[in-house]
Design a protein around this ligand. Structure first.
Ligand code: AMP
Length: 208
């Protein structure tokens, strides 16, 4: 089993690109953020533990995350590998991942900090299909989402106060992983401050 990792700060466009990469490669998207939000909604023990960290823009403890991933990759759809989105976020998570699967590509979507706040604060998605939109940069059609099941969803942590601490957390705890993966020769930086299609094109070239 071999897998790819989508890496980058909050609001870089990982979720948007994940949907497109999934279509091109057939690899299922495994987003620890989505898994945690589902756990919070379902009020599971993991969700109850994770909520405070998420609301504050801090990382959920490694042990919780690694256990979630260990269970997730046992599911049938993961047999040929997966595309991780928002995982790993610390060196211990990356070390644990290396024991579970071979990571062949780390796609790092790079966006400067000063662009992140506007990108996150206007963000929403379709709860019918998960497609990500933005008030200014990528608004949904007036007739709704093309999946036909349009329902607008905004994340509780997509607000100006939490964004800054999510960015600080990213720089302190997650960005050291860039060097860690660069040394392994599998790190592919992609300029994420461009049109969505251009970014997808470069990602697919990097994955070839
Ligand atoms: P995301 O949807 O990836 O932006 O994640 C939302 C929140 O979930 C983050 O701000 C963290 O609190 C938590 N989270 C998601 N993935 C991880 C991870 N790999 N490690 C620790 N915390 C995570």
């Amino acid at each position: 089993m071999s897998s790819i990792v989508l890496f980058g700060p909050p609001g870089a466009g990982k979720g948007t690109q994940a949907a497109r990469i999934m279509e091109a490669t057939g690899l299922p998207q495994v987003s620890t953020g989505d898994m945690l939000r589902a756990a919070v909604k379902a009020n599971t023990a993991t969700g109850i533990e994770a909520k405070g960290y998420m609301d504050a823009g801090n990382l959920v403890p490694d042990e919780v995350i690694i256990n979630l991933i260990k269970d997730r990759i046992l599911e049938d759809d993961a047999v040929n590998g997966v595309m991780f989105d928002g995982f790993p976020r610390t060196i211990p998570q990356a070390e644990a991942l290396s024991l579970i699967t071979t990571v062949t590509h780390v796609i790092a979507i790079e966006v400067p900090d000063e662009k992140i706040v506007d990108r996150i604060c206007g963000r929403y998605s379709c709860s019918g299909c998960g497609m990500v939109y933005h008030d200014t940069f990528n608004p949904v059609d007036s007739s709704g989402c093309e999946c036909g099941n349009w329902q607008e969803k905004r994340r509780a942590d997509d607000n100006a106060e939490t964004v800054q601490s999510r960015l600080d957390t990213y720089h302190q705890q997650t960005s050291p992983l860039a060097d860690w993966y660069m040394e392994k020769g599998i790190f592919h930086p992609i300029d994420g401050d461009r049109a969505i299609d251009e970014i997808t094109g470069d990602i697919l070239i990097a994955l070839e």
